[in-house]
Design a protein around this ligand. Structure first.
Ligand SMILES: *Cc1c(COP(=O)(O)O)cnc(C)c1O
Length: 361
């Protein structure tokens, strides 16, 4: 079972909920890390105790993704947004073209950065319907330098249920569904994720890359933007974000010890099923996206009458539901069901929706 810190049900889209055991260990480490009598925050990142943290944090990603030593893992600052720039900077060649799938705000931002550095071919987009579905049946050109997609669209609540067979290295922004479900990691040449959605606090980004795609950009590389520099430095080319890396390590350790991605996928499926079933059943709410593309992580729904919103907000407070307000681009509600959110929190939301219908429908 996943315990919560308080009786508040935290559906925040990001930074998102973390396991309470992780938060407790992280708090203790701020005072007395590894029984050193020192805070994690006041020791050298090159101390053997912190090097052990970084090594474990990197190894856990490979373990959970079940990949071998042809992949490298880094933890860097700058957020997932920095990867919008670093990906084309490292992978896009002078006369080459990068293929992008446009499924929302984050994908669009990635495209914008890539266009500054070279040629971009947007192979498909769901902008025509306000990003409420995932495009399918598009073709990825065989001569592209790489193909970039976003596995889960945090703002709109859509998720890629399948990935294309890409003839070129596939790059994926997995910020908001990393380790929430099984994916075949070996199909990807680069995966990145900002930690603050599903693996830790804000401040570090995990990047896993297949070594053989690097070093081909033909660019004169700035050190801080060069993956090879960070790989060589074992994510310590400069001072790494020590606390976010530590908490991410604890969260991944928590996941692995409890049964890994297979374990959490079942729980995530149960949470998503419970909430979507209620959205479809309840006459006061309606889902916002194509059913086959519904995200198991970010569930977006609208009240069927605008005047319901103020009343449901009031009721939600009495159920201790926190962070369910929808993104400003979509409105209504967004419940984020990240790994650390227990099923009981979803049940509380479902109960509130039922009570609402019985009072107001
Ligand atoms: C939140 C988010 C980002 C941006 O992350 P930052 O760490 O704030 O840069 C990028 N992609 C996706 C899918 C996100 O959910």
């Amino acid at each position: 079972m996943i315990a919560t810190s308080t009786k508040i049900h935290n559906f925040s889209a990001g930074p998102g909920i973390l396991p309470i055991d992780v938060l407790k260990q992280a708090s203790e480490a701020c005072i007395n890390f590894d029984n050193m009598g020192l805070s994690l925050l006041e020791i050298s990142h090159r101390s053997k105790n912190f090097i052990a943290v970084m090594d474990e944090a990197r190894q856990l990603v490979k373990d959970l993704f079940e990949v071998g030593d042809d992949y490298e893992v880094m933890y860097l600052g700058g957020g997932a947004s920095m990867q919008f720039a670093m990906v084309p900077y490292n992978l896009l060649t002078q006369n080459g073209t990068a293929a992008y799938l446009n499924t929302g705000v984050w994908a669009s931002k990635a495209i914008k950065e890539a266009k500054i550095l070279g040629n971009v071919n947007v192979v498909a987009s769901s902008e025509d319907k306000k990003f409420t579905y995932i495009p399918k049946g598009y073709e990825i050109p065989k001569d592209a330098d790489y193909f970039h997609c976003t596995s889960n669209n945090t703002i709109y609540g859509t998720q890629m249920k399948a990935f294309p067979k890409s003839p070129v290295p596939m790059v994926c922004d997995m910020s908001s569904d990393l380790f929430s479900r099984k994916v075949n990691a070996k199909d990807f040449s680069l995966i990145y994720a900002g930690a603050q959605k599903n693996m830790g606090p804000a401040g570090s980004t995990m990047i896993m890359v297949k070594k053989d795609i690097l070093g081909k950009s033909g660019r004169k590389m700035l050190s801080m933007l060069d993956y090879n520099v960070h790989i060589k430095g074992e994510s310590m080319f400069n001072t790494p974000p020590v606390f976010p890396v530590y908490v991410s390590m604890l969260t991944l350790r928590w996941l692995k010890q409890n049964g890994g991605v297979e374990w959490i996928e079942k729980i995530n499926q149960a949470k998503a099923d419970a909430l979507y079933n209620e959205i479809d059943r309840n006459s006061c709410f309606v889902g916002t996206v194509a059913k086959e593309d519904r995200s198991f992580m970010n569930v977006c729904f609208l009240p069927t009458k605008p005047e319901y919103e103020a009343e449901f907000d009031k009721l939600a407070k009495t159920y201790n539901l926190s962070g369910i307000k929808g993104h400003r681009d979509v409105g209504g509600y967004r419940a984020s069901l990240y790994n650390a959110l227990p099923l009981e929190s979803v049940n509380a939301l479902v109960e509130a929706m039922k009570e609402f219908e019985s009072k107001f429908a």
